[in-house]
Design a protein around this ligand. Structure first.
Ligand SMILES: Cc1cc2nc3c(=O)[nH]c(=O)nc-3n(C[C@H](O)[C@H](O)[C@H](O)COP(=O)(O)OP(=O)(O)OC[C@H]3O[C@@H](n4cnc5c(N)ncnc54)[C@H](O)[C@@H]3O)c2cc1C
Length: 438
């Protein structure tokens, strides 16, 4: 390439969580199979280093997905990036087998992800936030078209433009706070939990509250109860009690790779059935062992006659007032018209996440991306946004496709297969543009 010719990557990946890390492995394996036409990639991640939900790496928390659903195995069972390869490299394969579990701790899975990531340090830039995607001013549709990706250096050295024929938007879920509640140094979303908790003097935390009915809420309630022996812990749940996550074998099939086709090519009735019958596999539900753990603690308190774990069920947060270190939480009962105020030292909102929405990054380009009658992006089976001229580059989504591809959109279950499908789509489209480059 001569001086002045811009470098154009085949793919720029926005975000470097498990989805784009899995894509990196798929691209690497593709390039190993077709060495004469490697696919070039660069990834940008706004965190200072690799991290997967670090603020929720609570002691003893386990994965909610089988270790076989790692970054690569379902796409390529002989991949060197599998969890089994990691165990082997760490000299723990035999001892892991002795644990008789499919569900490693999140700590161990995080180490696995870091082990894979170490292979791609040359391809990823940290502290690098993508702030927008655009076409160059006089872009015309066709094989020569490329996108300009604006990357802001969070270390303070300004912004730069990076060029690519395709982008994969994999920016993850967006924390959701209760309506009207803002986070600050005493009111936290669960996604900030450990960082914030470590900054506190634990002895100063005498009354703590967690709001939410899902896995994170239950895990945080258990953690606070076990870590703060002197504290009163309030679990505010809108339901009557925590509900169990259905992980039984027939229901779990909704996370199989085949289910994506059934969902994608199904009718609206098919898709409604998925949500109606199987929402309880993932949303606002808690693993059986965590529920039993918490219940054990409450029962032990019944026996001992001393109470510091308080369940405020059928309750919703209607208001939070903050003054200095004081936090007053107003609760509305769903049982009657009663309301009560609760004074706490910290309030943790484990109130879930909104799904990924690429609109902010797309900016002006969004008008070339088709939407369905409900205003949602149209997405091809290959996870590529459906676009119209002048936009002909590929914009792929890893996340934000619940409406088209179903329940696995924001989960780990299908990322090995999904990233393989995206890598294949990029390679096949390039082969059409440049015959011979499959
Ligand atoms: C506590 C917790 C536990 C979970 N456990 C499981 C589980 O056991 N099994 C399961 O299937 N799912 C689980 N999930 C669901 C979760 O979505 C997936 O585990 C996984 O994180 C999805 O990977 P991702 O790469 O798509 O998104 P993320 O892991 O969220 O990664 C997105 C990355 O993009 C970066 N980013 C965002 N915007 C930009 C930008 N503009 N520029 C540059 N970088 C950006 C973020 O910093 C982040 O690192 C869990 C979720 C949580 C919150």
């Amino acid at each position: 390439m001569g001086t002045g010719t811009p470098v154009i990557h085949d793919v720029v990946g926005i975000g470097f969580g498990p989805s784009n890390l899995s894509l990196a492995t798929a691209l690497e394996e593709h390039s190993a199979n077709v060495p004469e036409h490697p696919l070039t990639a660069a990834f940008f991640e706004r965190q200072p280093s690799f991290g997967w939900h670090r603020n929720m790496l609570l002691p003893s928390t386990t994965m909610q997905v089988s270790f076989l659903k790692d970054l690569a195995t379902f796409r390529n069972p002989s991949s060197r990036f599998s969890f089994v390869s990691y165990l082997h490299a760490s000299d723990r394969l035999a001892n892991f087998a002795n644990t008789h579990t499919f569900f490693p701790t999140r700590q161990e899975f995080h180490q696995y992800l870091e082990w894979v990531e170490a292979n791609f340090t040359d391809h990823v830039s940290y502290n690098s936030e993508v702030t927008g995607i655009a076409l160059p001013p006089d872009a015309t549709p066709g094989p020569d078209q490329y996108l300009q990706i604006e990357v802001r250096d969070r270390g303070g050295s300004g912004t730069r433009l990076v060029n690519a024929r395709n982008v994969t938007v994999s920016t993850g879920l967006v924390p959701h706070m209760p309506v009207g509640v803002d986070s600050d140094d005493r009111v936290w979303h669960s996604s900030e939990f450990l960082d914030r908790f470590r900054q506190m003097d634990p002895h100063a935390l005498k009354r703590v509250a967690v709001v939410g009915a899902g896995q994170s809420a239950a895990e945080i309630a258990r953690f606070l109860y076990d870590s703060l022996h002197h504290a009163q812990v309030f679990a505010i749940v809108p339901s009557y009690g925590y509900s169990i996550a259905d992980s039984t074998p027939f229901a779990n099939k909704v996370f199989d790779p085949d289910a994506v086709d059934d969902y994608y090519f199904g009718t609206n009735r098919t898709r409604d059935a998925f949500w109606q019958y199987h929402k309880n596999t993932n949303y606002s539900v808690v693993d059986d062992d965590v529920i039993r753990d918490l219940h054990r603690r409450v029962y032990d308190e019944d026996v001992s006659g001393s109470r510091r774990m308080h369940f405020l069920n059928l309750s919703r947060v209607s208001d939070v007032k903050r003054a200095g270190n004081e936090t007053r939480v107003s609760l509305e009962s769903l049982l009657d018209t009663d309301s009560q105020d609760l004074d706490v030292d910290i309030l943790v909102c484990a109130t879930g996440y909104d799904s990924m929405d690429p609109s902010g990054l797309l900016g002006d380009l969004d008008r070339y991306c088709l939407r369905d009658t409900s205003g949602r992006h149209q997405v091809g089976r290959d996870y590529r946004l459906v676009t119209v001229p002048p936009l002909s580059c590929g914009i792929y989504l890893q996340g934000g496709t619940e409406h088209t591809h179903g329940l696995t959109s924001s989960l780990l279950s299908n990322i090995a297969v999904r990233s393989g499908e995206i890598a294949d789509s990029i390679a096949q489209r390039r082969a059409v543009d440049e015959p011979g480059a499959a």
